[in-house]
Design a protein around this ligand. Structure first.
Ligand code: AMP
Length: 283
């Protein structure tokens, strides 16, 4: 069932709760692919009812980012959800979520601001305010849907860590379920932004998973020094790639590592054809 208003979702969820049913939420920005579907399938397997939100959240885009050209494919998204057994597709307008006049203006909206230590690094460094927008919208979605479980992909690992922190710090009664990264056979992590890449760009984009897999192989062979592991990446990079970061950080609190261990995530962001791609791997 496709629903556009907060009121309709609330009404339906209230009915479910009265019957003692559990509710799973899968927040997305649409342009759904097999990565999103893996989250949806997990929710359907675990919960009595599943809500998928499809909302391109304006307040998590920075000035100059791709808000206007972000792919919007609601009809196909709805079909994927219906075919998968989703109970509600919640696709609100920006006005429904933020009200008239408040969109994009910090002055008239209550924000949820995650700790600076978590947001001043990795993607947060170039996307200032991005995680404030993410935490604010996810908090709103939690309040609207009141799910028992919420499903997030490890593809956006910094986001996942920050949302777990938000749920912990604000005592939000929801359990976050992390879901593994879904990749093409080639190794490329699925992403709605892969649509911006040419065929050749998709080949060049394999550099992210190649670098990460090679680091993991080196780590398994006994190299633990982060400087040495970082250096293994450079032979993969050419003029078609613009590396934004390659960093080794703790999987729970994002502290930087000098010596890699079993609690380390390797994070990479790199541009191909000016498309910003991210990936990560757990050592
Ligand atoms: P997005 O629509 O890009 O905001 O993503 C919605 C959710 O799907 C987030 O929790 C993402 O981490 C997750 N997701 C996106 N791509 C993948 C993928 N390739 N594998 C697993 N989860 C993904």
């Amino acid at each position: 069932m496709l629903v556009h208003t907060i009121e309709e979702v609330r009404k339906q969820v209230k009915e479910w709760k009265k019957q003692g049913l559990t509710v799973g939420l899968v927040p997305t920005m649409g342009a759904l692919h097999a990565g999103h579907k893996s989250l949806i399938d997990k929710s359907i397997a675990k919960c009595d009812k599943t809500v998928v939100s499809v909302f391109v959240n304006p307040i998590q885009f920075c000035p100059g980012e791709d808000l206007d050209k972000y792919p919007r494919t609601l009809e196909a998204d709805e079909k994927l959800c219906t075919d998968s057994g989703v109970d509600i597709v919640f696709a609100p307008s920006p006005k429904e979520m933020y009200g008239e006049g408040t969109i994009m203006s910090n002055d008239f909206l209550t924000y949820v601001i995650p700790p600076f230590f978590y947001t001043n690094k990795l993607c947060g460094k170039s996307r200032v305010g991005h995680f404030d927008g993410v935490c604010t919208v996810v908090n709103k979605l939690f309040n609207i849907v009141q799910p028992d479980f919420a499903f997030f992909g490890e593809k956006d690992r910094q986001q996942l860590i920050i949302l777990k922190k938000m749920v912990h710090d604000l005592n939000i009664p929801v359990e976050i379920i992390p879901c593994p990264i879904v990749r093409e056979e080639s190794g490329l992590a699925l992403s709605s932004r892969n649509k911006y890449l040419s065929e050749n760009g998709k080949k060049e984009a394999l550099v992210l998973s190649k670098i990460l897999n090679n680091i993991k192989t080196c780590y398994n062979k006994g190299i633990k020094d982060v400087k040495a592991l970082t250096e293994t990446a450079y032979s993969f990079i050419n003029d078609n790639h613009s590396l934004e970061y390659l960093e080794f950080r703790d999987k729970d609190n994002l502290e930087e590592k000098e010596i890699a261990d079993g609690n380390t995530i390797v994070f990479i962001a790199l541009r191909v054809e000016n498309v910003r791609l991210i990936d990560n791997i757990e050592l």
